[in-house]
Ligand binder design. Structure first.
Ligand code: ZN
Length: 358
C-alpha cells in the first residue's frame, strides 16, 4: 500500500475550512460540504450514500434534519463483515455561548476539529480502494457531532437494528495538532482511547503493530469530552478514538482553528496508522473461535482453538498493558513452555485483532 500524501491531506483540510468556514449541522453549509465529500468518495469508485436523518431536538438544535456520508468499498469474499473509519464533517463556534447558543454566528473553520479526521478518512479511501480486500471497508463522515454525537447515535442505532457485522470502528477526531498551549510537542504518536473489552484489544494490537505511533489510553475518552466512537461502543461494537497527544484547547471551537496550526507530516503518520490497521483487518483470515488454555497442572501451556486461519500466538505478562512477544502458529493447537501459563496472557490471531485464550 502507498503512503499517505501530506499535501493531499492539506488540500482537503484547506478546502473544507475555507470553502465552508462554518459547517454547523443546523446550517445548509454542512450539506454543501457533505455533498462535496460524497463526490470525492464517489470519484474513487466507492458506493456512496448521502444520508438524511432527523436531528433529535436539543439545546443546540433548531434544524429538523442533517446529512452525513457513508461510502463503501465492497469486500471480495467476506463482504458481510465491515471495518469502518470515521470522522465528523461538522463544526461549531463556542466563543460566545450566551449570545450565540447554537454556535452559528461566527466562523468555525474546524480545520483540526475535524477536517483533519475527514482528510484522513478520504486519504484512507484512496489508499484502500487501490487494492481489493476480503472484507468491506466503510468511510463515514458524521454530522451532528457538536450537537451531542447525534449523527453517530443515529447510525449506531441503525447498525444495531440491522445487525451489521462490524469488525472495528476507527474514529478520528482532532489528529493534526502537534503543539499544545504550553509548547509541549508530540509529532510521532497519537492517542488511541479505548474502553475495556474488544475495543481495548483492538487498541493493544494497534500498539503491537505500530508501537512508535500509538499512545495507549485505557479510557473511553478524555475527561468531560465525547466522540463518535462512543455510540458504537454503547451499541456493543468494537470502536476506538484517535486524538492528538498535544491538544490546543485555546483554538478548539474558535475562528482560530485553521490549517496554519496543523502539522501535515504528523497527520500523514496518523493516517498511515489508520490505513494499515484497516487493511490488516480487512484482509485478515477468518476469526478463530473458542480459544482455550488447558488448565491441567504442568509447565507447558497447551492452547487450542477452532477455525483454520490462525497465524500468530501472542503473549504478555499478566500485568503488562502491551503484547510482549508472538510466534507463528498453524493448525488448531500449540504447546509453549515459556512463558509459564500461570504467569502470562495468551491470544491467537488470524492476522487481525487477537482473541484471548480463556
Ligand atoms: Zn471534534
Amino acid at each position: 500500500m502507498n503512503s499517505p500524501d501530506p499535501s493531499r491531506l492539506r488540500a482537503v483540510a484547506e478546502h473544507l475550512s475555507t470553502q465552508w468556514p462554518n459547517r454547523n449541522s443546523n446550517l445548509p453549509t454542512h450539506r454543501e460540504a457533505a455533498a462535496w465529500l460524497n463526490d470525492q468518495l464517489a470519484s474513487l469508485g466507492l458506493e456512496v450514500a448521502l444520508l438524511d436523518y432527523p436531528l433529535a431536538p436539543g439545546p443546540r438544535v433548531f434544524a429538523e434534519s442533517a446529512v452525513q456520508v457513508v461510502a463503501t468499498l465492497p469486500g471480495t469474499d467476506r463482504s458481510d463483515e465491515r471495518v469502518i473509519v470515521s470522522a465528523h464533517l461538522d463544526t461549531i463556534n463556542w466563543t460566545d455561548r450566551v449570545n450565540d447558543p447554537y454556535g452559528i454566528k461566527a466562523p468555525s473553520p474546524g480545520a483540526n476539529d475535524d477536517a483533519s479526521g475527514v482528510a484522513c478518512v478520504l486519504e484512507c479511501a484512496r489508499l484502500l480502494a487501490a487494492q481489493p480486500h476480503r472484507r468491506a471497508v466503510q468511510f463515514v463522515l458524521f454530522s451532528g457531532e457538536e450537537q451531542g454525537l447525534l449523527g453517530a447515535k443515529w447510525l449506531a442505532e441503525r447498525a444495531k437494528t440491522e445487525a451489521w457485522n462490524i469488525t472495528a470502528v476507527l474514529n478520528n477526531d482532532m489528529i493534526a495538532n502537534a503543539v499544545d498551549d504550553h509548547g509541549r510537542s508530540e509529532t510521532q504518536r497519537v492517542r488511541v482511547l479505548s474502553p475495556e473489552g474488544r475495543s481495548r484489544e483492538l487498541a493493544r494490537w494497534m500498539h503491537w503493530e505500530m508501537p512508535d505511533h500509538v499512545k495507549l489510553i485505557f479510557r473511553h475518552d478524555r475527561f468531560g469530552r465525547g466522540g463518535d466512537h462512543t455510540p458504537f461502543n454503547q451499541a456493543g461494537f468494537t470502536a476506538v478514538r484517535m486524538t492528538e497527544v498535544c491538544e490546543n484547547y485555546g483554538r478548539q471551537h474558535t475562528p482560530q482553528d485553521t490549517t496554519e496550526f496543523m502539522d501535515f507530516e504528523y497527520l500523514a503518520r496518523v493516517t498511515d496508522l489508520n490505513a494499515q490497521t484497516l487493511a490488516r483487518i480487512a484482509d485478515a483470515g477468518d476469526d478463530v473461535q473458542n480459544v482455550r488454555i488447558d488448565p491441567a497442572q504442568g509447565y507447558g501451556a497447551r492452547i487450542t482453538w477452532e477455525g483454520s486461519d490462525a497465524q500468530w500466538l501472542y503473549w504478555r505478562d499478566t500485568t503488562s498493558p502491551v503484547w510482549e512477544g508472538r510466534i507463528a502458529v498453524a493448525g488448531n493447537e500449540i504447546t509453549v513452555n515459556e512463558p509459564h501459563k500461570d504467569d502470562a496472557i495468551f491470544a491467537i490471531s488470524s492476522g487481525g485483532i487477537p482473541v484471548e485464550a480463556k
